[in-house]
Design a protein around this ligand. Sequence first.
Ligand SMILES: Nc1ncnc2c1ncn2[C@@H]1O[C@H](COP(=O)(O)OP(=O)(O)OP(=O)(O)O)[C@@H](O)[C@H]1O
Ligand SMILES: [Mg+2]
Length: 237
Amino acid sequence: MTILAVDDIDTYYGNSHVLHGISLEIDEGEVVTLLGRNGAGKTTTMRSIVGASPPRRGSITYRGEEIAGRSPDAINALGISLVPEDRRVFPTLSVHENLTLAHNLAADPRPVAEMYELFPALDPLRKNKGRNLSGGEQQMVSVARALVQAPDLLLLDEPTEGLAPVIVDDLREIVRTVVEEEVTVLLTEQNVDFAFDLAERGYIMDTGEIVFDGTVEEIQAREDLLETYLSVGTADA
Ligand SMILES: Nc1ncnc2c1ncn2[C@@H]1O[C@H](COP(=O)(O)OP(=O)(O)OP(=O)(O)O)[C@@H](O)[C@H]1O
Ligand SMILES: [Mg+2]
């Protein structure tokens, strides 16, 4: 059953035409990755889905309902949450206030207390201000803020960027837990190993177009794709 269908969208920043006919489909319960180099259009695709950069052309349906052109709040209320690339933890609010704010904006949220079970490292930091958190801690808050909203579709935009390897391991386990709870995930990554660990299927983007889609096994078998579009060396392969 398709949960999200992006059909032939074009998205612009002002006069700058960034997405050229992007189409992708995600089934309920799937983990799908969107890969591509810097500037390929991964973030813009996610921003298009959540209504932050609405497409000028094409359609985006969520559970069969057209959402392109709706406000970000209306799209969020349907059960779609984005963890943005730049995290956007409120610097003057505490961890607990950041989570409570997201909780209070959701139609049918999870208790904030559950987030401290899922992210034990955040428990002792409840009263710490966003600005005093490390990059890894901020990313945990950013992911927890999305999950407290009990989304059906979670969009993760380069969640491992800048994180220490141990934090990346924690994050991988958290995403696995979330997937077991039947949350559907769209994940962009430059860290292809993280994406390949979690996803079953992927799309590769380049200069605002989808250049390949297939299973993770199919992508991994294509050294040419990895080298051309993902800057992954195959010297040790
Ligand atoms: N606010 C903006 N105004 C104008 N152009 C933008 C803006 N944001 C992104 N772009 C351009 O749109 C294109 C796609 O950018 P986007 O951020 O979607 O790529 P990305 O795949 O997420 O890259 P990265 O891996 O660096 O995050 C790039 O050419 C970028 O320079
Ligand atoms: Mg990006």
